[in-house]
Design a protein around this ligand. Structure first.
Ligand SMILES: [Zn+2]
Length: 165
């Protein structure tokens, strides 16, 4: 079997043309893609991980909360508890398949696009939109304390609808 790097899988799943191009280099079957994706990062492809991975990664780049994924899994008749959904999302994050985007204390989104980029958060609509990395210039990076280095800078720009006067 051809090993597929995570990056390749993520690229292959972008946009409506994901059935052509890069995807053809893979097995052509999303289910197999999820399996090799999990194997590549050293996670055993259990039925629950496979099912959740398939829901997560089969539809292109997206931002999803644990509750949203739980709801989709339930609708797809995947027998899974909310706790398992949480655990799986965190396991996927730990191995780099997902990126966590904390919007505020109560809401954590998981992003299937793990490349460096930033986000708009639409207040009141609970919607996250991508901002390309090149569109944000961070002027002055604070100097980290001794013994630390900056791992990543995440910018969340909060939006609200303009009020009509
Ligand atoms: Zn994103």
């Amino acid at each position: 079997m051809t090993p597929s790097r995570t990056v390749v899988v993520a690229n292959a799943m972008e946009g409506p043309e994901r059935r052509s191009g890069a995807r053809s280099a893979l097995t052509g079957c999303p289910w197999h893609d999820v399996k090799s994706m999990l194997r590549d990062v050293g996670l055993r492809p259990t039925r629950q991980r496979m099912a959740l991975g398939w829901i997560l990664f089969g539809k292109g780049d997206r931002h999803i909360t644990a509750e949203m994924l739980y709801e989709e899994a339930t609708k797809a008749k995947v027998p899974v508890s909310l706790a398992t959904v949480y655990n799986t999302l965190h396991q996927f994050t730990d191995v780099g398949l997902l990126r966590q985007v904390a919007v505020d204390g109560s809401k954590t989104y998981f992003d299937t696009n793990v490349s460096q980029h930033h986000h708009f958060f639409v207040e009141g609509e609970n919607d996250l939109l991508d901002i390309p990395n090149t569109d944000v210039v961070v002027g002055k990076t604070p100097i980290p304390p001794d013994g630390y280095e900056v791992a990543r800078i995440d910018v969340v720009v909060r939006l609200r609808r303009k009020s009509r006067t």
